[in-house]
Write a protein that binds this ligand. Structure first.
Ligand code: PLP
Length: 387
């Protein structure tokens, strides 16, 4: 039985009646831009996340760009961000004219390592962007303290982690702004692109609303330059349907991840990331959910240790019809487009560089069946036994 990395149809098709009703509702209003449907979606997201305000955007990328524009970032400013993340985090910093300064990540959770960030701090540093990679928050106690000490703005990249918590608090409420994505592979996966910025600050929320609509206020008057970052009313209406099911989807991901963790840990040569005894003897390193984290498992990412081993396991799983993917094969400080940045922005990040050669994400989507999980575990066991 093939096991895809993600099966959006398994999640969306059972909702067909609810989705069609939402579509029809918007069709009948004839209001496709801004309006009530968007406002209702934003209010429901704010409540789910635990933020005072939520401002929808055309994508997660545009959410980040709008957040950075709201901070007034520009040439001469520096922003600390992890080297191991999706491109948009840093691409949006660069698009404001500011300099992304790439920091290394932790071997425990693959999120920004505050010691690396501290070593890259300069008088030009204005902000830090912790990314909650694969569904788990970064170590926000340390990051918030560091930001407060150094007068830095905090923008959380929550694209992969809607519904995640840190010490019981919703991700997206731990910094000045939280940026979310509704790309179809995300935990709240849309029907096209969509995004959202959360904040507890009413003034910032208002600035974001203007930025997403050409900086316009009142109509046809522009005191600042914005853009068209609006999310369609139709997309909002459809995502309102899925938001009602998000907690169930998250529970499914958590159950799948726990099942993998239990069963894979029993195989020879398998260890947990950040295990106190170290992982030097490990062949396969499992992701670890911190005890103070509500991990929402957007990805279940293994580390396959040893030269060429990750690609060997990837080929083995692919041959057995099991979907898997490398998130991400190149660390951002090594991307060609950033090679003209000042040397201190693109310093070596040894953990990030090692991860790019070792990571492999396997299927963890909520609708995965027990039989499919059996196949994944059996294929990994078979591969380990052949070594
Ligand atoms: C960490 C991270 N940041 C930002 C984004 C950008 O989101 P989008 O694809 O909705 O533009 C993504 C997702 O693709 C992401 O994974």
């Amino acid at each position: 039985m093939p096991v895809p990395l993600l099966d959006v149809n398994a999640q969306n098709h059972p909702l067909e009646l609810e989705l069609t009703a939402a579509f029809t509702r918007v069709l009948r209003t004839g209001r496709f831009i801004l309006g009530e449907e968007m406002e209702a979606f934003e209010a429901e997201c704010a409540e789910h996340i635990g933020a005072a305000h939520a401002v929808s955007m055309s994508s997660g990328t545009d959410a980040l760009l709008a957040a950075f524009m709201a901070l007034g970032l520009g040439p001469g400013d520096e922003v600390l961000c992890p080297a191991f993340t999706f491109f948009a985090t840093a691409g949006c910093i660069a698009r404001t004219g500011a300099t992304p300064v790439f920091c290394d990540v932790s071997v425990v959770d693959y999120n920004i390592d505050i010691r690396s960030a501290a070593a890259r701090l300069t008088p030009r540093t204005k902000a830090i962007v912790p990314v909650y990679l694969f569904g788990q928050a970064a170590e926000m106690d340390a990051i918030s303290a560091f930001a407060a000490e150094n007068n830095l703005q905090v923008v959380e990249d929550v694209a992969q982690s809607i519904g995640a918590t840190y010490r019981g608090r919703g991700c997206g409420t731990l910094g000045g702004m939280g940026c979310f994505s509704f790309f179809p592979s995300k935990n709240l996966g849309g029907f096209g692109d969509g995004g959202l910025v959360t904040t507890d600050d009413a003034d910032i929320a208002e600035t974001l609303r203007r930025i997403r609509n050409h900086g316009m206020h009142p109509r046809y008057y522009h005191a600042t330059v914005g853009a068209n970052f609006r999310m369609d009313a139709l997309q909002c209406a459809l995502l309102r349907v899925k938001l009602r099911h998000l907690s169930t989807y998250t529970a499914g991901r958590v159950a799948n991840a726990n099942d993998y963790l239990q069963r894979l840990a029993r195989l020879p040569g398998v260890m947990l990331a950040g295990a106190p005894e170290g992982d030097s003897a490990a062949r396969l390193v499992l992701p670890q959910a911190g005890t103070h984290m509500g991990h929402v498992w957007n990805q279940f990412t293994l580390r396959v240790v040893g030269n060429g081993q990750r690609d060997a396991l990837k080929n083995h799983l692919t041959a057995r019809g099991i979907g898997c993917e490398i998130y991400y094969p190149v660390a951002l400080h090594q991307q060609v487009c950033f090679q003209q940045l000042p040397a201190h922005a693109i310093q070596a990040c040894p953990v990030s560089e090692a991860l790019t050669g070792e990571v492999l994400s396997i299927p963890v989507y909520p609708e995965l069946t027990a039989l499919q999980r059996d196949e994944v575990v059996a294929a990994i066991a078979e591969w380990l036994a052949q070594r």
